[in-house]
Design a binder for this molecule. Structure first.
Ligand code: SF4
Length: 382
């Protein structure tokens, strides 16, 4: 990515219903604070404002990601409006263009709209292929719909990614392996495996607290992490980021985040990293609609990123990649050697064999991989 390129994320805060573990900013369609038509009107305005700003600076959009929520929870015509606004107002440079898709929400019309607009990647929330667990999690699809969604997307788009969840209630390592075997069997060329994080305030948090639902213990979680690698690596998937595996379909959009490069977040609660600032849009629907009705960007928080923070972010995000952080890229960006900037931290982590420095990269070792959060914490200054 050059200085004249940016990634854009667009947030669609609607879902057919709320999953029990979800703490994302999304509303069930039946009880959302604004109907999609009102939201899309404001969103289109925000897309326009960002597009004008990017064009004035001669910056092109190299990756575009429409996520949520569930973008495909919108009707075909609503989805088409969002896609059309992107095409009309954003300076697109033949971007990698992803839309998040949830099984059970796809129709031939929606697929057609996406293909017509230029969407070239689908990211499908499969999560699990055990029917009972899907119900327990409050997911709105069954295993057959997940497979069907994959097959339809595989025929429609050049790239398809599948999200799978680990450390789910009642899930054994063998269950996870079954899910992985199935999605490999479908021919998935990009698989992300995320461990469930039970966020406070969610219905699942309450169930776990009341001992009505049990989660796998730490040992089983570690076993699932190891099993994922041991299952996918011999099947020719490259483990290129802590949670991501691929056969030649690296997600360029996510690489922007992991390389700590600029992105614009458009939509309710969306975050941007732009001109050395971290910006957060309002999470209040009414404020969002009102700001855009007055032609103002709905930014609620703005934080100037210091040079030190930028260096910390660059190393923490970069260590998520299996390649790690390039010493020469870091030196080019900051005119400093990262081994000097973080000398004490790196020395400690090298001694613990959680990091290694080889071939011009600083990276997590196999031992450090499952302990990544502990490693990252070392680089955050108080
Ligand atoms: S589909 Fe995703 S965003 Fe929607 S409720 Fe479920 S977890 Fe949340």
């Amino acid at each position: 990515m050059t200085e004249k390129e940016i990634s854009v994320y667009i947030h669609i805060p609607y879902c057919p219903a709320k999953c029990l573990y979800c703490d994302f900013l999304s509303f069930p369609l039946c009880s959302a604070p604004a109907v999609p038509a009102a939201y899309i009107k404001a969103l289109t305005r925000e897309i326009f404002l960002w597009g004008r700003k990017l064009e004035s600076l001669d910056i092109r959009v190299s990756t575009l990601y429409i996520g949520g929520g569930t973008p495909t929870a919108l009707s075909a015509s609503e989805l088409s409006e969002v896609l059309a606004a992107c095409r009309r107002y954003l300076p697109l440079a033949e971007p990698e263009w992803t839309v998040e898709v949830n099984p059970g929400t796809l129709t031939p019309e929606k697929i057609e709209e996406m293909v017509k607009a230029g969407v070239n990647r689908a990211s499908i929330g499969v999560q699990d292929l055990n029917e009972e667990r899907l119900v327990l999690l409050g997911r709105q699809h069954n295993p057959a719909q997940a497979e069907e969604a994959f097959l339809v997307c595989r025929d429609a788009f050049p790239a398809v990614s599948v999200d799978v969840m680990a450390a789910l209630p009642g899930q054994e390592p063998a269950d996870l392996q079954e899910t992985l075997a199935a999605v490999c069997g479908w021919g998935a060329r990009h698989i992300s495996v995320y461990g469930l994080a039970v966020a406070e305030g969610t219905p699942l948090f309450k169930l776990v607290k009341e001992d009505r639902v049990a989660l796998p213990d730490e040992e089983a979680q570690l076993e699932m992490f190891t099993l994922t690698r041991e299952y996918l690596l011999p099947r020719n998937y490259e483990h290129y980021e802590i949670a991501s595996y691929t056969k030649g379909q690296h997600c360029r959009h996510n690489l922007t985040y992991w390389k700590n490069l600029p992105y614009a977040g458009i939509g309710l609660g969306a975050h941007s990293y732009w001109q050395k600032m971290r910006l957060a849009n309002t999470r209040q629907m009414e404020v969002y609609l009102q700001s855009l009705a007055e032609d103002r960007l709905p930014v609620a928080e703005c934080h100037n990123v210091s040079r030190r923070e930028e260096m910390e972010d660059t190393i923490i995000l970069g260590l998520r990649l299996r390649d790690g952080v390039s010493l020469s890229d870091f030196a080019g960006r900051f005119k400093r050697d990262l081994r000097e900037v973080f000398a004490a931290e790196i020395k400690r982590l090298l001694e613990l064999q959680l990091l290694e420095c080889r071939d011009g990269f600083l990276r997590l070792t196999d031992k450090g991989l499952p302990l990544a959060n502990t490693v990252f914490a070392e680089f955050i200054s108080c």
